[in-house]
Each structure stands twice: as C-alpha cells, then as structure tokens.
Ligand binder design. Structure first.
Ligand code: AKB
Length: 316
C-alpha cells in the first residue's frame, strides 16, 4: 500500500501537495513533516504530521518506520537569496537532508521526488533556451547544493538503483502559501501588493526576465514525472521543465490590466546578481519528449487565476 511522506510540508509546494494527496489518497496515507508546527489549523487537528529535523537521519528513520512510508517528496530546502545570507546553513540543510533521504531510500526501498532548480545554471550556460546538458557553474550556494544534489541522485540511481526523480524548477507562482527566501519571490509579492492597493518596490530591474511556472503546472509536473514508467525517465540528475518566461515589467503591466492603479518602482538589490546569472528561457524539450510534459498556464492565465484566488482568500 502506498504511504507518502512530504518533508518541508509547510512550504510553498509542500502545502499544496499535502492537500492534494490527502484528498486523493486519504488523510491516513499522507504524512507531513516539517521542522516547525504547521501553519494550517486543519493539519494540526486532522491528519498525520511529524515535527522533525530532516538533517537528523535517526529521527527520519523513525518516521519512515512508524508509518511504513513507500514514497517521499523531499521538499526541505533553503532557497537562493536566504542561502546567500547563511551559506553554511544552506549547505547543511540542503545536502545533509538529501543524503539522509537517499540513504534511507536504499534502506527501505523508497521512491523519491526531489526538486532541483534553474539555479544549477551559472554564467557559462547560454541564457536563451538553456539546454538540458550544458556547463553548470552556479554562483550561489543554493545552486551549488542543487548541482551536488543532482549528482548525488544520479549516483544513488546508478549504484543502488534508487528510483529518484527530479525537476529543475523555475520560479513558482502561487496564492496558497507564499514562497520564502527565493530570488523569484518578487513575482508573487507583486500580486499581494496589487491586491492591497499598495505600490510595490521590486528588488530586480524591470527588464529582468526569468522562467516561471504556475503552481498548478508545478504540481502537474511532479505528478507526471512520478507517474511515468521507469523506462521513460532517462535523466536521473534532473529535468529542465518550464512554463513561461516574462520580465518583471511585463508582469506589472499584466497585473495593471486587473488593477489599473497598480504601479511598481524598481530598486535592484543583491538578488539582481543572482537573477542575472540564471537563464531567461529554458529548453525543456527532453521532458516534453520523454514523459509528455506540457504546461497549461501562460502569463495572462496565471495573472487572472492568481487574482481571482487571492480575492476569494481575502473575503474568507
Ligand atoms: C529561488 O528563487 O531561489 C527559487 C528557485 C528558482 O529555485 N524560486
């Protein structure tokens, strides 16, 4: 019987996957794990939740045994901007937790999903249509942990036949749980300011263009790659996957179609350098060929859906 563990469950992706699996698989088949108590009251009152530090391998082992876990979505991670403020912590959290999960996957024969990021790319990769296979020379500690993590996943697959699957995520836009500590967070922040009818000061320049994806597409990509047959998954480092690229100004203008009074000023900070080291557009044709990846949300659809959902959240 399938028993799912989601680490980092209180984060941007984890919280959405948790709700989805609780609905689809049943609340008794999905365990959430985080280092802090969950923000959502319904999780505390109804459902399986473990307070646990994923860098503690023995504690993780106890959780896996207790619930007879078969699949792990390992979403613990310190993102790019926060990582630059504490590189040691980013290395420790991102690498130790992933190594623990891979070792436990070997011990308990588990299937694993782990997110990588466009942060694996650095200044030597082509910035337009960045290919699946190119030079990986990230400039951030976060990117370094993602490249190392990808190699570790591939190693555990080659050496111990661990079924670990991964996606290099672009910035993810969502309305349920806000992201935290990322360079692409401005693309979510802008919506919250527009809704509150406040002016937004964006921390990257108006022409900064990055690959982005709507949460619904991000969840779909995770489900698609995990449901694909083993032989379809030929890349065991991590797949390039994307939705759509747009500049900060293009997003501002799209939001203005719904909130004509909205405006941004631009005051780039240390995150600009991070953004400038990442691709503008991504070639994800391998994922499209091998496991039929297709995104559904373009900028207009993302913007309309975000605003509709944020509005209805505000009235609840
Ligand atoms: C970040 O900005 O750090 C993340 C990412 C692109 O991995 N959203």
């Amino acid at each position: 019987m399938k028993r799912i563990l989601i680490t980092g469950v209180d984060g941007q992706i984890g919280s959405e996957l948790f709700e989805l699996f609780r609905h689809d698989e049943g609340v008794d088949h999905v365990v959430g794990l985080d280092i802090r108590p969950p923000q959502k009251r319904q999780w505390r009152e109804n459902g399986l939740f473990e307070l646990c530090d994923a860098t503690d391998k023995d504690a993780l082992r106890q959780v896996i045994k207790k619930y007879e876990i078969t699949n792990i979505f390992h979403l613990v991670g310190i993102l790019s901007a926060k990582g630059e403020n504490n590189p040691d912590l980013a290395w420790h959290v991102n690498m130790t937790s992933l190594k623990n999960i891979l070792e436990l996957a070997q011990e308990f024969d588990l299937k694993i999903f782990w997110p990588s990021s466009i942060a694996v790319f650095g200044l030597s990769a082509p910035r337009e249509n960045t290919p699946q296979n190119t030079i990986l020379d990230p400039t951030t500690i976060y990117g370094i942990t993602k490249v190392s993590g990808e190699l570790l996943c591939n190693y555990y697959h080659q050496k111990f036949a661990i079924d670990v699957r991964s996606i290099r995520f672009p910035g993810i836009i969502s309305y349920d749980t806000p992201p935290g500590g990322g360079t692409t967070d401005y693309a979510v922040d802008m919506f919250y300011y527009a809704l509150r009818q406040e002016k937004y000061t964006c921390f990257v320049s108006p022409e900064t263009t990055l690959p982005m994806m709507y949460m619904a597409d991000a969840i779909k990509s995770i489900l698609d790659i995990m449901r694909a047959e083993k032989q379809q998954i030929k890349v065991r480092t991590s797949y390039n996957v994307t939705g759509i690229s747009f500049s900060a100004r293009e997003l501002e203008l799209e939001i203005c179609k719904h909130f004509p009074g909205f405006s941004c000023s631009y005051k780039p900070d240390y995150r600009q350098r991070i953004a400038d080291s990442w691709p503008c557009t991504i070639d994800d044709s391998l994922a499209r060929q091998q496991w039929n990846w297709q995104h559904q949300f373009d900028l207009a659809k993302i913007t309309a859906d975000m605003i509709e959902n944020l509005k209805s959240k505000a009235t609840v």
